[in-house]
Design a protein around this ligand. Structure first.
Ligand code: GDP
Length: 362
């Protein structure tokens, strides 16, 4: 599966968000194949299509796809120099696929701010600088190693060295690599360097209940994100924590009273999904109707591999019905009769919403 690390300065509302996410989440017992750390929570991907499929198939169980969120508390100024438990935190961030950076955009005299004032631009800079400094160190280390190989005339090493040297001045200014304008080729090339500031990032602007509009703090975050090509999700984490405590029916009423169509958390999860270029396909059998996550652009065998590596290795063909056809024709039989059932091979690019049955050799 994919995961998203929650970072931010102390007291900005990370734990509040994380607790809301995990309360709304699925118990670890439903995920026998993943090891879940105490600071990680598996959050279901809200998707109304799953229920629509289940109404037709009437399966024994319905399983949503999910994303893991990891609470990476304790990133403070000086982390890259090993302040606090700095290095450990940076190592935790290195293992995540994407970053959710929580920024305080609310005033509350009862909640102490580490710098004594609410200042999202400065808060963002502190965190981004730490991550950039960690990358700077990593780039310098990788350069040292490459210099020797490049001297011997190794073409690949020369190319890598040139790329790293291009990143250096930017990182030296404490700026994230994602704000550097790079060609598609260069983007592909820098993946191998495993840097922190190239990870897809969203800013979670933690606002007060009444802070979604006319909020100068939120504007600041939006401006910074626009410059970097990052996403912003405004949310009131305190309110989300309250929503997450409620039972289904109560929750729907509460949301309706607030004029909200869905919990704000759903927007966080969707943003994470979008950030990583992910999409959903379905399997629909009488035992189980289930949603699965795959990369946009993934082939049928690659998508089969999400279920089990044997499905990918032994892939023969994929039986496909697109979601709309499946619903319109009231299931597999109807879709077949309408000529909407297809048999696709190993080069097929899976589309969002495909209902798939994989054929494979064991
Ligand atoms: P962390 O250190 O970043 O994990 O911050 P916490 O989640 O522990 O939150 C710090 C304090 O801020 C707690 O007392 C929260 O109740 C409070 N808090 C979190 N989100 C909000 C919010 O949206 N509005 C207000 N007023 N307080 C919040």
């Amino acid at each position: 599966g994919f995961n998203c690390g929650i970072v931010g300065l102390p007291n900005v509302g990370k734990s509040t968000l994380f607790n809301a996410l995990t309360k709304a989440g699925i118990g670890a017992e439903n995920f026998p194949f993943c090891t879940i750390e105490p600071n990680a929570g598996v959050v279901p991907m809200p998707d109304p299509r799953l229920n629509a499929l289940a109404e037709i198939v009437k399966p024994e169980r319905v399983i949503p796809t999910s994303m893991e969120f990891v609470d990476i508390a304790g990133l403070v100024e000086g982390a890259s120099k090993g302040e606090g438990l700095g290095n450990q935190f940076l190592a935790n961030i290195r293992e995540t696929d994407a970053i959710a950076h929580v920024v305080r955009c609310f005033e509350d005299s009862n909640v102490i701010h580490v710098a004594n004032k609410v200042d999202p631009a400065s808060d963002i800079e502190v965190i981004n600088t730490e991550l950039a400094l960690a990358d700077l160190e990593s780039v310098e280390r990788q350069l040292q190693r490459l210099v020797r190989v490049a001297k011997s005339g190794d073409k690949e090493a020369i190319k890598q060295k040139a790329m790293l040297e291009k990143l250096l001045p930017h990182l030296n200014e404490g700026l994230p690599v994602r704000s550097l304008s790079l060609t598609e080729d260069e983007h592909a090339q820098i993946k191998q360097f495993h840097l922190l500031t190239t990870k897809p990032t969203m800013y979670i602007a933690n606002v007060n209940e009444d802070g979604f509009t006319d909020n100068p703090y939120l504007k600041v975050v939006e401006e910074i994100a626009a410059q970097e090509g990052a996403v912003v999700v405004p949310i009131c984490n305190k309110l989300e924590a309250e929503i997450a405590e409620l039972e289904d029916e109560e929750r729907d009423e509460f949301l309706a009273d607030l004029g909200m169509e869905e919990p704000g958390l759903d927007r966080v999860i969707r943003a994470g999904y979008q950030l990583l270029g992910l999409q959903t396909y379905f399997t629909a059998g009488v035992k189980e109707v289930r949603a699965w996550t795959t990369k946009i652009g993934a082939t049928a065998p690659e998508s089969a591999g999400v279920i089990h590596t044997d499905f990918q290795k032994g892939f023969i063909r994929a039986e496909i019905i697109s979601y709309d056809d499946y619903i319109t024709h009231n299931g597999e039989q109807g879709a077949k009769e309408a000529g909407k059932w297809r048999l696709e091979g190993k080069d097929y690019i899976v589309q969002d919403g495909d209902v798939i049955h994989f054929r494979f050799n064991v």
